[in-house]
Design a protein around this ligand. Structure first.
Ligand code: ZN
Length: 161
């Protein structure tokens, strides 16, 4: 069996940035299970996994445009501190979901002044070239419901939509 559309693949992965720092890893925890071909993982990784089989290992370098996109300086903005009224202990590094013109967006606080807060709407990994070490550890056919929903369902864990 090979990874193709409507395959559920389980992978172990370690993600590093261009400086060799580990950003995320599934090693030592549960593997990541995903429905292939449904856009549930970044495009630059998904395309490299097509046609792979259980036991295959691969090193994948993903440019920003096939990962989390380029950084956009205009997505760093100052907003009145009043927008954060009611949030105790506002700190640099805090993340919030915010409504914007392009839908829900994750923003990160990057600066706090007297009356204003500087927020960054870029994805934290925007502009980063990503390096994945991946091992395929399992494959199965997706169920009809998973294909319909465009994501995997874990057996027996009460998924009910
Ligand atoms: Zn579902």
């Amino acid at each position: 069996m090979k990874i193709s559309g409507n395959t559920v693949a389980s992978i172990h992965y370690t993600l590093k940035n261009s400086r060799g720092e580990i950003l995320d890893s599934s090693v030592g925890a549960e593997p990541l299970e995903y429905l292939h071909g449904a856009g549930n993982i970044i495009p630059g990784l998904e395309s490299e996994l097509a046609g792979k089989s259980t036991g295959d290992k691969l090193e994948v370098k993903v440019e920003p445009k096939l990962a989390y996109g380029e950084r956009h300086d205009e997505m760093v903005q100052n907003v009145p501190i009043a927008h954060f009224e009611g949030i105790e202990d506002l700190q640099v590094g805090m993340r919030f979901r915010a409504q914007s013109d392009i839908g829900e967006q994750l923003i990160t606080i990057v600066g706090i002044q007297d009356n204003e807060v500087t927020v960054d709407g870029n994805h934290p990994l925007a502009g980063e070239t990503l390096y994945f070490s991946v091992e395929v550890v399992g494959l199965r056919e997706a169920t009809a419901t998973e294909i319909e929903h465009g994501h995997i369902h874990h057996g027996g864990c009460g998924h009910n939509h």
